[in-house]
Design a protein around this ligand. Structure first.
Ligand code: NAI
Ligand code: MG
Length: 350
């Protein structure tokens, strides 16, 4: 098989540390399964912003276009406003490459303590709509500075947008335990969310093999805490999915293990894979960051690129190291360094 091309953006802080750790694990997994990936590294980051005035060069998006996937660490650094790092890099990538699915798997692994009692069988995926919905640029402010100042923010829900995210969720559930929960609030938000419900129900009818229900977001948030093991695939709009995925990551025990994929399932554009966590300036440079979130993201990338066996092997290496106290990092109550955990995963794969 010809090699696939990966753009690597380590970013800032522990982004660079977990990306080099994940690269070692990827190399071991790929070598074992005869997969060849070809990496090109980009120094786009807040460091670059401070030196050159922009997170990425003007033709940055065009340079990424030809890659099969993008692997990102984290961006953000004190002194650079967070909206600069977000809107200067991540959001343009997600929107230009029509990465309309944000995928966040959640599992409570053996050896990882959930803050919830009795949550050891939690294993579900949040599928967040990633390019429309509540996060739109449509709206504005009037009467600035006067007592009657007002702000209006429009939500955009399209039939195409809701159908494709629902289809993705149903197809994913069909490959798992066959159960989709749709997040809604059609009792309170009377235009967009009844439309969401209608379109999702239409798509559900096309997937009779998958069990389906719909829950209001407030009740659903409570069930994430009270019965997290009942979920398989949870699909939500941009805002609902954003909040639910952070809640779910908290249920799973540490932000250091949470992965994410920003997918263009049509594969017309590169998809982007990144751990959920940020650049963690508080622990950067100490060699103590948990590399598991980045490694799991790399496994999602392997799967998207068509290497399911290699991906499963990388996940097995993660499971094995998490199960042993001596290969857990400080965020999981252990004393292992990033390099120790990485070496253990590599050894497991050899
Ligand atoms: P953060 O995720 O970087 O850190 C939150 C807390 O979790 C910190 O105490 C940190 O030490 C800990 N932590 C995070 N990842 C860890 C890991 N792998 N192992 C062990 N501990 C870990 O979030 P924070 O502090 O709110 O943001 C820091 C910077 O990162 C900001 O500039 C923010 O904008 C940026 N950020 C970037 C993201 C991205 O690139 N996608 C996502 C979230 C934040
Ligand atoms: Mg969020």
């Amino acid at each position: 098989m010809t090699s696939q091309k990966i753009a690597v953006i380590p970013g800032d802080g522990i982004g660079t540390e977990v990306v080099s750790a994940a690269r070692e694990v990827l190399d071991a997994g790929c070598a074992k399964h005869g997969v060849t990936l070809e990496y090109t590294e980009f120094d786009w980051s807040c460091r670059r912003y401070e030196e050159q005035g922009a997170m990425m060069p003007p033709d940055g998006l065009e340079r990424l276009r030809g890659f099969d996937a993008i692997f990102l660490g984290a961006v953000g650094w004190p002194g650079v406003p967070d909206h600069v790092s977000l809107w200067g890099l991540l959001i343009p990538i997600r929107r230009t490459f029509r990465q309309y699915v944000n995928l966040r798997p959640i599992r409570v692994f053996d050896g990882v303590q959930s803050p919830l009692r009795g949550a050891e069988h939690v294993d579900f995926v949040v599928v967040r709509e990633n390019v429309e919905g509540e996060y739109s640029e449509v709206g504005g402010r009037v009467n600035r500075g006067f007592p009657d100042e007002a702000a209006i923010q429009e939500s955009i829900f399209t039939r195409v947008g809701v159908s494709r995210i629902a289809d993705f969720a149903f197809d994913l559930a069909a490959s798992r335990r066959g159960y989709v929960t749709s997040a809604t609030k059609s009792n309170g938000i009377v235009h967009t969310l009844p439309f969401w419900d209608e379109v999702v129900a239409e798509r559900a009818a096309q997937h009779p093999d998958v069990r389906f229900d719909s829950e209001h977001i407030d009740a659903l948030a409570a069930k994430f805490v009270l019965q997290p093991e009942r979920f398989d695939v949870v699909v939500g709009s941009n805002l609902f999915g954003d909040i639910l995925s952070d809640l779910a990551a908290a249920v799973a025990g540490s932000i250091g293990i949470a992965p994410s994929a920003n997918l263009d399932p049509t594969k017309q554009h590169p998809s982007m894979f990144e751990p959920v966590h940020g650049s963690a300036p508080d622990i950067a440079g100490q060699g103590v960051a948990n590399p598991v979130g980045a490694v799991w993201s790399a496994a999602l990338m392997l799967e998207h690129l068509g290497h399911a066996a290699a991906a499963a092997d990388v996940v097995a290496a993660m499971e094995a190291t998490l199960a042993k106290p001596e290969t857990r990092t400080a965020d999981l109550g252990g004393t292992a360094k990033t390099a120790d955990v990485t070496a253990a995963m590599v050894a497991h794969l050899r």
